[in-house]
Write a protein that binds this ligand. Sequence first.
Ligand SMILES: CC(C)(COP(=O)(O)OP(=O)(O)OC[C@H]1O[C@@H](n2cnc3c(N)ncnc32)[C@H](O)[C@@H]1OP(=O)(O)O)[C@@H](O)C(=O)NCCC(=O)NCCSC(=O)C[C@@](O)(CC(=O)O)C(=O)O
Ligand SMILES: [Mg+2]
Length: 299
Amino acid sequence: MKDRLRRTMMFLPGNNPGMLTDAHIYKPDSIMIDLEDAVSINQKDAARMLTFNALKTIDYGDVERVVRINGLDTPYGREDIRAVVTAGVDVIRLPKTDSAQDIIDVDEIITEVEKELGCVGRTLMMAAVETATGVLNAVEIAKASPRMMGIALGAEDYVTNLKTTRSSHGWELFAARSQIVLAARNAGIACFDTVNSNLNDMEQFRTEVQFIKDLGFDGKSVIHPKQISVVNEIYTPTEKEINSAIKVISGAKEAERKGSGVITVDGKMVDGPIIVRAERTLKLAIASGILSEEDIHEL
Ligand SMILES: CC(C)(COP(=O)(O)OP(=O)(O)OC[C@H]1O[C@@H](n2cnc3c(N)ncnc32)[C@H](O)[C@@H]1OP(=O)(O)O)[C@@H](O)C(=O)NCCC(=O)NCCSC(=O)C[C@@](O)(CC(=O)O)C(=O)O
Ligand SMILES: [Mg+2]
């Protein structure tokens, strides 16, 4: 499903049977099984086989299944695509995407396999941009295929390409993060922030998650189950935000019934964009299990 909740997308190495079996138990919105940098060269074939079997046999419930393949400039990329599409993966994540053509090339192979299987269009794609070139081309990358559901930052590779390092304040990522959010919104797809590899400083992690949410990201890649609850908590609307959104939506409905345009709620003017934001808050509240669809219909 192209448009769904993806607050937390948890990476796990594709050659780790224990993590492949248990990852969904921690309830990330998506798991991202990695065949790329978390898997050493001599494990590539074994990881692909394990991942194929996991996708075929494990019931991950409503947790989305993403696989990060190796690039087509490696000996593994084409085989990765064939295996995971055949196994019925939900989303293919292309790492180190530098151009729209990179996406088109992967799309063509997916289509080739889907034609053989009789399921053309089933597999979604997302791109990770991890170089200055990728960030500069993000606008075109995000629009490169109708399969594209999102675009993400890969910060460890990106700072290496930039000849810098990651800091706790994150200013080295600011231009890339902004560009990715803009490219995603321009293309009408989602955007996801990068991993934070420091598992010892959860306060810094929390600050980072709040920051990227404020920038406009839909969610974040995580590497460990303990990061999931922090991201979900920050992406879950507060009681105050939900109550305010309910007032806006019921006020807007009342105004519509009366045929009036602009309304005020708690002394503040409410118009189009505020209503859209309130709708998004309520959608997040439903996705987080705080409200039900019926609650909204009753407004
Ligand atoms: C870091 C560590 C080894 C620590 O493991 P440890 O086992 O020491 O941790 P413990 O605390 O002991 O785990 C307690 C229990 O949780 C289980 N558990 C832990 N993690 C789990 C997990 N992820 N999935 C399911 N289960 C998990 C574990 O199995 C245990 O289960 P149990 O034994 O039953 O108690 C582990 O987390 C891990 O491997 N993480 C994923 C690493 C990875 O995939 N990296 C590649 C993607 S990034 C990249 O490439 C950079 C990038 O490309 C990114 C971009 O593009 O954004 C860029 O450029 O920036
Ligand atoms: Mg990377």
